[in-house]
Each structure stands twice: as structure tokens, then as C-alpha cells.
Design a binder for this molecule. Structure first.
Ligand SMILES: NC(=O)C1=CN([C@@H]2O[C@H](COP(=O)(O)OP(=O)(O)OC[C@H]3O[C@@H](n4cnc5c(N)ncnc54)[C@H](O)[C@@H]3O)[C@@H](O)[C@H]2O)C=CC1
Ligand SMILES: O=C(O)[C@@H]1CCC=N1
Length: 269
């Protein structure tokens, strides 16, 4: 397989992916082509050594991997544009577009094209993504290649394609949910006496410590919570107050709604 990658759609996730692959030395910037309709917005990427193009057909010409990273409502136009230029025996499609199945993509690109769906999150830019991948027709070699690609920029789990919208909600949207909870913690910190900058730093490190406790010790959140909640103590008082106000319930409901929405985006237009 050649090492050329073309990313169609250089927005938030397309650029995060490109930057992550370069940062972790999976690719050189010169092996990645980024496409966007308005190239005036790509001066930073040009300076970083990426190839840029506003012509998707030219941009995929010698790519081994074509990554689709446009919005669901922008995808049909892109697929129609590149359909006759894709070379199924030489090129693999990776789609990070939410709510669009491998079969939907093959409907436009042809049945012999191998398509792998990937759902990363924006932490891919710093090599810390949780990426779920799925395919209904890719061969083992391509699945291994794509697993290796995403493993250089975070953790990878292979799932059934019908769980892809759930993965979108839990992992891709999830970045925003955890960020908002860190922001809320820092706002609480300001109310109890810290300057905003210090409160945010303290909240971020505390969140990182909580995540690392689970990752490194392989423990369960409730087991770790039990270690913090002293009898009649201040932690259980705060935690129960949050639960009385629907903390877990709000999180669960948000994830369920995001999953519903993620599944419907392509059809809604
Ligand atoms: N932002 C995120 O955290 C994640 C997004 N996704 C998925 O990735 C896709 C992109 O999302 P974002 O990056 O957030 O959106 P975005 O709006 O930031 O990026 C889309 C990019 O595609 C470009 N574009 C539109 N039409 C084009 C065309 N015909 N040719 C070339 N470029 C074109 C736009 O100019 C824009 O730069 C969506 O389908 C989304 O569901 C998946 C995982 C995480
Ligand atoms: O909000 C969205 O629709 C995209 C998909 C997952 C993360 N961002």
C-alpha cells in the first residue's frame, strides 16, 4: 500500500486527524493531501508542509487511503464527484462521517469499493483519541492497516457497524460532555474562592487523575468513588446533591439523544 492519504474535508476532525498522524510520525505532512472548498483558510497547513487542494478528484489521484471528513449533509455531493475516479483495487475509503453506513457509501461509489467507518474524537490531534472502527466488506489486511493507523493516535475498538451511532455519542460527542463537566467544576471552584485560571487548572488535573486511576489501575469508577467518600464526609454530601439534581441522569439522557441524532443526520440533510 502506498503511504499517501487524502482527507476530503479539512474541518475540525479532518485537521485533527492530519495533525495527529504527523505528530505521532505515522505520516509526513508531504504524504497527506487536505481538501477544502476555500483554500485561503489553509495557509497554516501549507506552512506545515501538507499538500492542499480544492479539487477532490485531483487530490485522490495517487492516494492509497481516502478519508471522508465532511458533514453528513455535504457527503452526497462529494461521493458523486469522486465516484468515477476511485480505483477500488488500489484505494481504501475511510469515512468518519456520522450516520452514514458503509452500504450508503458504496451505493454512490460502487459495490467493489472497500469502506471502513471510523469514529475518532478530536483528542486525535494529540494522539489520545478513542476511535471505534467497523466495516461490512473490508478485508483483514485493510482492517489491520486502519487499526494500526488509528492506534498511533489513540485507542481503537472494532465494533459492529450497527453500534456506530452509539460510538459517535459516547466517544466523539463524549469529548464535549467531559469538557463541559470540567468547565462546570471550574465554575464551582471560582464560587468557592479560586481565580478562574487556577480553578480550571485544578479541575483539569483532577479530571485527568480520575481518568488515569481507571486506565492505569483498571478499576471501576464506583470502587474509586468509595475510596474518596469518607463516612459523613463532604464528598458524599456533594455527590448526593449532584445526583438529587440529576447528574447521572442528565449525562445518560444526553448520550441517548446524541445517539438518536447521530443516526439521523444523513437522511435529514
Ligand atoms: N468534530 C468532531 O469531533 C467529529 C466529527 N465527526 C464527523 O466528521 C465530519 C466532519 O465534522 P467536522 O470536522 O466537525 O465538520 P467541519 O464543518 O469542521 O468540517 C467539514 C469540512 O469539510 C469541508 N467541505 C465541505 N464540503 C466540501 C467539499 N465538497 N470538498 C472538500 N471539503 C469540503 C468544509 O469546508 C469543512 O472544512 C462530520 O461528518 C462529523 O459527523 C466524526 C468524529 C468526531
Ligand atoms: O456533533 C457532531 O455531529 C459531530 C459528530 C460527532 C462529533 N461531532
Amino acid at each position: 500500500m502506498s503511504n499517501k492519504i487524502t482527507i476530503i474535508g479539512s474541518g475540525n476532525i479532518g485537521l485533527s486527524l492530519a495533525n495527529g498522524l504527523v505528530k505521532k510520525e505515522y505520516s509526513k505532512p508531504s504524504d497527506i493531501t487536505l481538501t477544502r472548498r476555500n483554500l485561503k483558510l489553509m495557509s497554516e497547513e501549507v506552512a506545515a508542509g501538507f499538500n492542499v487542494s480544492d479539487n477532490n478528484i485531483v487530490a485522490i489521484y495517487d492516494a492509497a487511503i481516502v478519508v471522508l471528513a465532511v458533514l453528513p449533509q455535504q457527503l452526497k455531493k462529494v461521493l458523486e464527484e469522486i465516484a468515477s475516479s476511485i480505483e477500488p483495487e488500489k484505494q481504501l475509503i475511510i469515512s468518519v462521517v456520522s450516520g452514514v453506513t458503509c452500504a450508503d457509501i458504496r451505493k454512490e461509489l460502487g459495490n467493489n469499493v472497500q469502506v471502513i467507518r471510523a469514529m475518532p474524537n478530536t483528542a486525535i490531534a494529540i494522539g489520545q483519541s478513542m476511535t471505534c472502527i467497523a466495516s461490512d466488506n473490508a478485508n483483514e489486511e485493510n482492517m489491520k492497516e486502519v487499526t494500526a493507523l488509528f492506534e498511533t493516535v489513540g485507542a481503537v475498538v472494532t465494533i459492529n457497524e450497527d453500534l456506530m451511532t452509539s460510538a459517535t455519542a459516547l466517544c466523539a460527542c463524549g469529548i464535549a460532555f467531559f469538557l463541559r463537566s470540567i468547565r462546570a467544576a471550574s465554575q464551582g471552584g471560582v464560587e468557592i474562592g479560586f481565580h478562574a485560571h487556577d480553578a480550571l487548572k485544578m479541575a483539569v488535573q483532577t479530571a485527568k487523575g480520575a481518568a488515569d486511576l481507571l486506565l492505569i489501575s483498571q478499576s471501576h469508577p464506583e470502587g474509586e468513588i468509595d475510596k474518596v467518600t469518607s463516612p459523613k464526609g463532604c464528598t458524599i454530601a456533594g455527590l448526593n446533591e449532584m445526583e438529587h439534581n440529576g447528574f447521572s441522569s442528565a449525562f445518560i439522557k444526553g448520550i441517548k439523544l446524541s445517539a438518536l441524532k447521530a443516526g439521523g443526520l444523513y437522511k435529514e440533510g
